[in-house]
Structure formats: structure tokens, C-alpha cells
Design a protein around this ligand. Sequence first.
Ligand SMILES: [Zn+2]
Length: 152
Amino acid sequence: MTGPAKPAIGTVPVQCCRCRHKHMESERLLHEIGDGRSARVCPRCAAHAYYEIVEQAAWCWASGRIEMGDEDDLPEGAILIARGPKAYLNGTLAVLTRQGRGASEGVYLVPGVPEAQDEQARGDALAKWLKWCAGNNGHKGRHGVTFVTPNY
Ligand SMILES: [Zn+2]
């Protein structure tokens, strides 16, 4: 299998939860936290908490089920719906989608798609939802997450 190499451990881009400093995981400083233990902390403010901001893509299936992953791994037959920093992409989708119940527990679903009666209705529901989501592209609260609007 060929393709772009996955990032090596430690080379994941991250952002500090406190001071918002963007850096690589490998740049985080080793800090003594007592009892002989140490933690990797922000090189600017020494905070422990951080987000992974590696760029990820989200796609959906005809069923309305949404998945996230590397855009290079976009499966055939899936529709690309959004891109953004991993932590924010997940958080944004959690707010804008419907969460599955029962067997689909924890799965993000495009609202209106699972119950649509035919392909036309599914396409319409997806397009309507994407247009609504894309209306906030570039908004500060989106943290770089952008939705892809289909060309129907
Ligand atoms: Zn910081």
C-alpha cells in the first residue's frame, strides 16, 4: 500500500487549551509534577491540557452516518462534508448532527437523511443541512472547521 506517510509519534500538531499557542507535540516541555513523575506541558505557558489540531476530514454515507479520518482515506462512495482541526471538527459535528440511538449509539447522523424515503429525498436533506452548516464557515467560533457544499 502506497500513500503519504502517517505523521510519526510526537509530530502531531497541537494547541494549548489555555494560551492557544500552536505547536508540535514534540515541542512540549518535560515538566516535573512530583512523585518522580513528569508531564509534557505547553512551551509557552506550561499548561497541561491541549487539543490535537491535525487536519481531518468528515464524510457521510447514503445512510446519513458520518465518519472522520484522513482525507486521503476518503472511502469510495462516501461524500466529503467537512474539514478542520481534529478536536474542533469532532466538537462541531457533535453540535450540528443528530446522535444515533440503540445500535447507532454514539454515531453522528446527518439530520433528516436516515428517515428519508428515497435517494432524491436523502440528497435534498443532505444538501439542505450542508448549506445551513456552511453558512457559518469562516466564523470565529468554528475554529477553522469548514463545510463542503455540494454542487447540485
Ligand atoms: Zn499554553
